[in-house]
Design a protein around this ligand. Structure first.
Ligand code: FAD
Length: 287
């Protein structure tokens, strides 16, 4: 089923993100993770493409397992900036063969190696969206950045490019992680003011590792609000306490989002079903 159809109704939807394992040998463990996650009855599970240290070649395989073996809607991420058109064509063929109809179309991060850029590559996500539109009947999601994308000079320009991307045929957007809900509310207002009216799913990162989050916030330009910094300062050196505080912070964010009318919640599970389970246990009567 198209994710856009699920997002159209008035219910709150909760979905999860996982990443492929680094090595082929741990595929079994990721299948175990997907099984545990589907037991929590998410609306869909997304599988990243190369992000989070995993390998991109397993994305379709895992998404297919979720879709076809576990009967849960899968969203396959696909990045384009490091790929040739032929490589993208091959993935699109695999998606069709595996009956995966939901794709999160991304540019990906620009590789640092010296022989980049190379010929025949895509520069922006909107070009991949045009390609997907031309190749089949996909429900297409794309990324958005409540604080603006790190490479963009300012939020006004960023949102104009987002509008251009959406106009190419995006059915829904998923946000980058954010830790201050007011940042999201202000983004939603600006998006609407710029004519972006597709559903926006809020990406929530339960922070359980202080060092890891400092690094990813630095790379993505995500701000850590003072309240969150205080928590990390107090519990960052105690893994169990940090995990509990990180989950509580994520639950607090989700409760506030739902109370303020946000309907799509996407949890970055970091392949840890116990975190997703704990969050679901705490919001079960809200959804
Ligand atoms: P784009 O929408 O192409 O934007 C990239 C930059 O270019 C922005 O600064 C934008 O303002 C600018 N821009 C856009 N269009 C134009 C234009 N026409 N002219 C000039 N500038 C333009 N990465 C992975 O590798 N694998 C994943 O699975 C993955 N999943 C993600 C999931 C989510 C929900 C999010 C938010 C990010 C994810 N990423 C993933 C990270 C993403 O690939 C990076 O953030 C990347 O740098 C930008 O990708 P994009 O699709 O947003 O790019």
């Amino acid at each position: 089923m198209f994710i856009s159809e699920k997002l159209k109704n008035n219910d709150v939807t909760v979905s999860f993100e996982i990443f492929p394992p680094k090595k082929e040998i741990s595929m079994d463990s990721v299948f175990g993770i997907t099984k545990e996650l589907t037991q929590l009855k998410p609306e869909f599970i997304s599988v990243t493409y190369g992000a989070g240290g995993g390998t991109s070649k397993n994305t379709v395989k895992i998404a297919s397992h979720i879709q076809n073996e576990l009967n849960t809607t899968a969203l396959a991420h696909l990045t384009c900036v490091s790929s040739t058109e032929k490589e993208i064509d091959d993935i699109i063929t695999q998606l069709k063969e595996n009956k995966i109809e939901n794709v999160l179309a991304l540019r990906g991060d620009i590789p640092k190696d010296s022989d980049f850029p190379r010929d025949n590559h895509f520069n922006y996500a909107y070009q991949l969206i045009n390609k997907l539109k031309a190749c089949g009947d996909f429900c297409i999601g794309a990324a958005c950045y409540p604080e603006g994308h790190i490479e963009c000079q300012n939020k006004e320009i960023d949102i104009k490019f987002l509008k251009q991307k959406v106009d190419c045929g995006v059915d829904f957007l998923t946000t980058q992680m954010f830790f201050d809900n007011n940042v999201l509310y202000s983004f939603l207002y600006r998006a609407l003011a710029n004519g972006i009216d597709v559903p926006v799913v809020a990406g929530i990162m339960p922070v359980t590792n202080a060092k890891q989050i400092a690094r990813s916030c630095q790379l993505s330009g995500t701000t850590l609000p003072p309240k969150f910094k205080t928590i990390v300062g107090k519990f960052g050196n105690n893994p169990e306490a940090m995990k509990q505080a990180g989950i509580a912070y994520a639950i607090d964010q989700i409760v506030d989002l739902i109370a303020n009318g946000v309907k799509g919640i996407h949890i970055y599970t970091m392949n840890r079903p116990e975190i997703a389970r704990e969050i679901m246990r705490n919001i079960s009567d809200l959804i």
